[in-house]
Design a protein. Structure first.
Length: 128
């Protein structure tokens, strides 16, 4: 895994954010960048260029799908892997987000081992 990899988590639920902070703390050299709103997350992605974006779909200021579309449309962020974390487990929702450019779609609650393996895979494969 690259040294000092950053993970941007765009999520407005404080409990989910605390859980992710704990999970990321188990990965040495990985920094969590929290964003409670889509617009803040977009700006952080453009400014900090994280190794991975974790994206919730239900945000207070904009839909997660719109955040994903903006990330994919911006040359500064188009190559950043985006993993959607959502309680919506419907096939239609998953397919819509994957078609829009999501790298992966994990449903909440997600399997811890699956999540950590995905984190290692995506951060480890990132070209610096």
């Amino acid at each position: 895994m690259p040294k000092d990899a950053a993970v941007l988590y765009i999520e407005d639920n404080a409990s989910n954010m605390r859980l992710m902070e704990r999970l990321i703390s188990y990965r040495s050299g990985t920094l969590l960048l929290p964003a409670e709103r889509g617009a803040i997350g977009l700006q952080l992605a453009r400014d900090r260029h994280p190794g991975l974006v974790l994206l919730d779909l239900n945000l207070p200021d904009m839909a997660g799908l719109d955040v994903l579309r903006e990330l994919r449309a911006d040359p500064r962020t188009t190559g950043i892997p985006v993993v959607v974390l959502s309680a919506d487990a419907t096939y239609q929702s998953m397919q819509r987000l994957l078609d829009a450019g999501a790298t992966a779609y994990l449903t909440k609650p997600f399997e811890l081992d699956e999540f950590l393996a995905m984190l290692d895979r995506l951060l480890g494969s990132r070209q610096s």
